[in-house]
Design a protein around this ligand. Structure first.
Ligand code: NAD
Length: 309
């Protein structure tokens, strides 16, 4: 009996009900993958238009935190940034006041690690387990459940959450203490932003010198200049299936989100007086791009800003 009780308490195998918060470009396919695996989902998003893809499913759409929290003891959030996470958890009548003790909150959003530490502390004080579990792999990775997920927090909570995270991704990697998943994510996305600018510059340069972009892709994708950004988010139309360029740069991964990630990396570097020359340059370029009302285009649309007027 005692053994069974411990098993039930520590293992997520029995979890059926999950509350999922934030049904945007990433959250929707992630939630749909959980539904496919027969979890009962309770959904919440401040933008009710995002419920559309769930109307025909068994998922329960919730209008308030009481409905969202009464039947679940696992929560997953997929929000734009640290501000949204703070509002959700610690805002006026925040969700922290509705979640039962011993529940687990998994934040898959990309947020600054200082916000993560604040949220983690607040949950710990309320006896709620918390891990930061930001993801990488883009919308296609979310759809195909091939995301890489980097986890910070208590190892026991990670072990318990692994079964659910394995429904969302392929590589689920424990990093270390709370916030460390977010540190890895910010560093990774700094490389992604720098790579995307490099890909954009190289494709534009080759094309202006008369090289077909298809031929350039054929060669460089098999050469030393290749990168994940090029192979998955090529800023050129009609060469790869997963390019936002095929769809007038509809995100995908919005420029305002990479700007947020570059800003997090910049702040992290500033705090330890580290020069990140390329990271800072990438931040400046995306910053001026977003200021020109391009925030809601895919981040690969940065290629548009390279042409001399
Ligand atoms: P998104 O803007 O499409 O979705 C965010 C959703 O959160 C929106 O539907 C919004 O209405 C909702 N939301 C905001 N505040 C809320 C609140 N208080 N309560 C409930 N819902 C709220 O963003 P996305 O592209 O899905 O990205 C989500 C997170 O994942 C971001 O942190 C992003 O940086 C990260 N990420 C994105 C990608 C990508 O390719 N899009 C890849 C990896 C990681």
């Amino acid at each position: 009996m005692i053994i069974l009780k411990t098993y039930r308490k520590r293992n997520f195998f029995k979890v059926q009900n999950i509350s999922f918060i934030g049904l945007g470009a990433m959250g929707t396919p992630m939630a749909l993958n959980l539904l496919k695996k027969k979890y009962n989902l309770f959904l919440y998003d401040i933008n009710t238009k995002n419920y559309k893809k769930f109307y025909k499913s068994k998922a329960k759409i919730c209008n308030n935190y009481t409905d969202l929290s009464s039947k679940s003891d696992v929560f997953i959030s997929m929000l734009p940034d640290g501000k949204a996470l703070t509002n959700l958890v610690l805002g006026k009548n925040g969700i922290i006041n509705f979640i039962k003790k011993d529940s687990t909150f998994i934040d898959c959003s990309s947020v600054d690690y200082e916000t993560t530490l604040k949220i983690s502390d607040a949950f710990t004080k309320n006896s709620i387990k918390f891990i930061d579990a930001p993801v990488s792999g883009g919308v296609s990775g979310a759809e195909q459940a091939t995301l890489t997920i980097m986890v910070g927090g208590k190892k026991n909570t990670y072990n318990d959450a692994k079964e659910i995270l394995s429904v969302l991704g392929k590589n689920i990697i424990y990093v270390g203490k709370s916030g460390s998943g977010q540190i890895v994510k910010a560093c990774n996305n700094m490389m992604l932003g720098i790579n995307m600018i490099g890909v954009s510059e190289a494709f534009t340069l080759a094309s202006k010198y008369g090289i077909s972009q298809k031929t350039f892709f054929e060669i460089s994708s098999k050469s030393s200049g290749s990168s994940w950004a090029m192979l998955n988010h090529l800023p050129i139309k009609g060469i790869i299936k997963t390019a936002a360029a095929n769809n007038r740069f509809k995100p995908g991964y919005a420029a305002k989100l990479i700007l947020k990630d570059l800003s997090i990396a910049k702040q992290m570097a500033k705090k330890i007086s580290l020069n990140i020359f390329m990271g800072k340059k990438a931040f400046d370029l995306y910053n001026s791009f977003c200021r020109k009302d391009k925030n809601n285009l895919d981040y690969s649309a940065i290629i548009k800003s390279l042409f001399k007027k």
